[in-house]
Write a protein of this length. Structure first.
Lengths: 451, 451
């Protein structure tokens, strides 16, 4: 279906925001309060024409000019004067339908809806290309850190070799707090909720889903991969025991929820997991709700980005940068060459079999304090070609077993092993065998280690 | 003068490189060895048509296809098939004349020549705009760290409030080595030269000139300022004494050559100076020849960038990203709205009077070990409204005075003072008065402090 509009007003781009939550209000504030600045950077006026809300009477903490608010999505989609829709409805439906209808009505899209892109990106991007429209989505990954444009444009001379990042600010806040305050998981989640860093139901943030969706989007961009986020092996911080933060610290590491994509032998190794990261590296020092991403390109080498991954104004900053790019015409040029998940396009990179992932591992076991236990465990590791780099085993202390949530049996003590490099397949099998040993109690904790 | 070419070949952009030094060879390598990748990211072929060298017989460590090398600049400027010139001649002349002639012949420009832009940017950008041509210069600042596009595009929703960065990799390598190895300045410069991190004459790198030129370019972009780099107060690392690195470490800081731009009361505070940066912050942990920049935007908050600021392939990565942007057409769109130093345009931000800069200071003096000395010095500071935050004065040790290069008189000991916030004017006057006291020997070392 051709666009019903033939040409944009060269001096002005008219914008409608659909969904006036926190981010929407921030976008409106930037457009209204800083119109001069935005016009200077775009070379034209970016005009907030409409803002669609569900409840016209709800207070929004922002003074909107008269006539802007409406509760009718149809009104903005049918308005031929609207050039760009800022689509800030969360979830999948009606967000998907609204986006499709808006594009069919000739509008370009700016969105922050990561879940929608991770789920329906193929359909939406294909339709946009058919219609000659564009979708900009800087705000969908890492909030204020402009990683989408950096991968799509600034580092475009490179083959990206690897990306790893802290992409979920909620998890990073919780882990940083647990480490700094020696606090448990549950009370820290409560604190995060009180401070507004975690939602009432933080499941998607803390179980690795959010980071996996973001990693899938970045992997499409950087590797021309076609990844379903559900296929990314992922582990969250929701089972993280404070004792592991302490052992990691003793070994010279911090634990971070790391999303990782690495090109190995032309295949893409993907994972989201609490990971031991060596202290003193920029990634290990990322605190609070910050996000960070380290991209390694074959020409540029490592480039590290660090900033606020969420919050009203950082996210609004990303949305308005996209609006400026769309008003200027840059988004449309970039969109044409974006290696994004258009349907029917063969993936340039395929995901590597999970068992083939390689890395070092941290193991924490609760073992019986009897002669031969360490020998048995080391023997199982050796059978799986995993060699031991270091071991921590302290003498039995009363109370230590309580901290690990075990049954409190006096005969068991914690044993921590750092391995040299091994395959995920071997590590997984060895860990399962070890956890089943009679001399091992409870679950075996296993986390990857990065230098 | 109108462009003699009317339209580009939509499927191919022809490029000529002028100046085949290290970076030129890197650019050629990316274009020749990775043509598929470049074409994928640009949506068209980027074709290396010509490479201009001074000496056709000099080995270049790269196999160029037959017919590409030439020693005639005129040949590429007069060739109507060449769309873009990668201008990699160093220095001011003939680089300036070549760039002007190339633009007059209808070619867009990509350059890495920071000194040329810092010196003749006004003329070159004005001429480009008159001719409808573009100049891309990502590689001119911070090598592989894409700070130019990040400020011009990715953070365009923001008013930048401050930028501070380690913009000279040579200086950072030298300072990091001096700190880690407890080595002196001269032997470390020699090491840097042996390793290829410093040129035979490293003056422009170590005296702050290079960082000031880069800061001037970034200040034009971020603040719409019109800054002559010579007006930026600057100090280099060439007089840095290892003893100050040690005192800084005792106080919890590292010393970095920091280029800083801050918007204060609508005026721009600019400086380049060895600065005490608190350990554990990302900026303090930037080692070796890496560059880093921290930008604070009013919406996005702080964004931190870290990567390789020099070297063949990181710089080539920036040049080829610019080439892709120019081939796609993004550079031309961005260039139209760039707040760069077009002649005749009034500056949007003016440089703040140097004396008004405010900050904390580190002072190191060599004082006579007599009663009343500290009281006299504290009195001078108080008269200039500088209050003391901390003091280090150790008992006299033999040899300590030698390390500071003083006359070795036994009666003098080092005194280190950290002040609370004060104005540069007050700090400068107080330091001069203190250095002239009979109880103070040699020069007074003064450096700003950042948290």
């Amino acid at each position: 279906m051709p666009s019903p509009r033939t040409a944009r007003d060269p001096s002005r781009t008219n914008v409608a925001i659909i969904g006036m939550g926190t981010v929407g209000a921030g976008v409106a504030r930037l457009l209204i309060d800083h119109g001069d600045r935005t016009a200077r950077h775009a070379g034209k006026t970016i005009w907030l024409s409409k803002a669609v809300v569900r409840d016209l009477n709800k207070p929004r903490g922002i003074d909107l000019p008269a006539g802007i608010l409406t509760d009718s999505i149809d009104e903005v989609i049918d308005d031929p004067e609207i050039d760009v829709i800022v689509q800030l409805i969360g979830g999948l439906s009606p967000a998907r339908e609204v986006m499709l209808r808006a594009m069919e009505a000739g509008k370009d899209i700016v969105t922050a809806n990561k879940a929608l892109l991770a789920e329906h990106g193929g359909e939406l991007f294909t339709r946009a290309q058919q219609l000659g429209r564009s979708i900009a989505f800087e705000a969908a990954v890492a909030g204020g850190v402009p990683i989408v444009s950096n991968i799509s444009q600034c580092l475009s001379a490179n083959q990206v070799l690897s990306m790893e990042g802290i992409l979920n600010g909620t998890s990073n806040f919780i882990v940083s707090q647990m480490e700094e305050k020696h606090a448990g998981y549950e009370p820290t989640v409560k604190l995060a909720q009180e401070l507004g860093y975690a939602e009432a139901d933080p499941a998607m943030d803390v179980d690795g889903t959010d980071a996996a969706q973001k990693l899938a989007i970045l992997s499409h961009l950087a590797f021309g991969a076609t990844v379903d986020w559900r296929d990314i092996p992922r582990d969250g911080i929701d089972r993280l025991d404070p004792v592991d933060l302490q052992y990691a610290a003793q070994l010279g590491y911090r634990i971070k929820l790391l999303a990782s994509a690495r090109l190995i032998d032309g295949e893409l190794e993907l994972s989201v997991a609490p990971t031991l990261v060596r202290k003193g590296t920029p990634m290990a020092e990322v605190r609070d709700a910050y996000n960070a991403i380290r991209v390694v390109g074959d020409a540029v080498g490592p480039v590290f980005y660090h900033g606020l991954g969420a919050g009203q104004m950082p996210t609004a900053s990303a949305v308005v940068a996209d609006l400026i790019d769309t008003a200027v015409g840059r988004t449309q040029l970039t969109f044409q060459t974006l290696e994004y998940f258009a349907e029917g396009r063969p993936a340039r990179t395929v995901q590597r079999d999970v068992g083939k992932l390689r890395g070092r591992y941290y193991l924490r076991l609760h073992v019986s304090n009897h002669p031969g236990t360490l020998a048995t465990i080391a023997g199982v590791l050796a059978e799986h070609e995993m060699s031991i780099a270091s071991v921590i085993q302290h003498e039995e202390r009363r109370g230590a077993s309580e901290a690990t949530g075990s049954s409190g049996s006096e005969a068991f003590v914690p044993l921590v092993i750092m391995t040299h490099e091994a395959s995920e397949g071997a590590a997984s099998e060895a860990t399962q065998r070890i956890a089943a040993l009679p001399s091992v109690e409870g679950r075996a904790v296993r986390m990857p280690v990065r230098e």
